[in-house]
Design a protein around this ligand. Structure first.
Ligand code: C5P
Length: 224
């Protein structure tokens, strides 16, 4: 079967990364979590007190940021490193989630991330999830998926995920963060979250993970 590029875009907490990981494992593809790149940049800006409303400060700081994905044989997925340090856990914290959409709306940040993402797709055989992958990063991808799920289901899923790691988190806080990120991501000037015209909509509110995977594998077969 020829290797293709699969893009998965959609709102926060639709289960994009779960599907992307399963697809990558089944197809022996590389999985790239593009959101992790924006989160790692945000973490760097917070840690180093970079003012992301100042374009010159952002440009200068980006010179000092080196992102890479390394495969973790235990978790069986690639995890992000920021200047050599694995920051996979830190980037999932609320502190980062609260600011990431503001940082991801900055032109220089997007150019920096998109250029690297496009390089990763040169050899194909890649599944990448995010917000602008089918529209901006890989407009010629062979299979584009736009995921949605009921808002209440998305909040519940993300809450369970975060609560497992941090018992101090409230469902209200999670709901507010998802709504805020979706609002900023959809309304920003550069590469806002949109369904690519040729993307297939996948609403997984009523689908089990197995049903979803089976359906998408069929789409992959149709596209290859
Ligand atoms: O996918 P995840 O929820 O981890 O993404 C975190 C944030 O990164 C999003 O809310 C969005 O602001 C930004 N993002 C983006 N473009 C992408 C992936 C993520 O703007 N391709």
């Amino acid at each position: 079967m020829k290797k293709i590029i699969i893009t998965i875009d959609g709102y926060s907490s639709c289960g994009k990364s779960t599907l992307a990981k399963q697809l990558a494992a089944q197809l022996d593809y590389v999985y790239i979590d593009s959101g992790a790149m924006y989160r790692a940049i945000t973490l760097y800006f917070i840690q180093n007190r970079v003012d992301w409303t100042n374009h010159d400060a952002v440009k200068e700081a980006l010179h000092d940021i080196h992102l890479e994905f390394e495969f973790n044989p235990i978790s069986q997925v690639s995890e992000i490193t920021l200047n050599g340090e694995n920051v996979e856990h830190m980037i999932r914290e609320m502190l980062v989630a609260e600011k990431v959409s503001e940082v991801a709306a900055v032109k220089e940040v997007r150019e920096f991330a998109v250029a690297q993402q496009q390089k990763m797709g040169v050899k194909k055989g890649i599944v990448m999830d995010g917000r602008d992958i089918g529209t901006t990063v890989f407009p010629d991808a062979e299979l584009k998926i736009f995921m949605t799920a009921d808002a209440a289901i998305r909040v519940e899923r993300r809450f369970k995920e975060l609560y497992a790691k941090n018992k101090n988190i409230s469902i209200h806080e999670v709901k507010e963060n998802l709504e805020l990120r979706d609002y900023i991501d959809t309304n920003r000037e550069i590469s806002p979250l949109r369904k690519a015209e040729d993307a297939i909509i996948l609403d997984n509110s009523q689908l089990s993970q197995d049903e979803q995977l089976k359906l998408v594998i069929q789409w992959v077969e149709d596209a290859t």
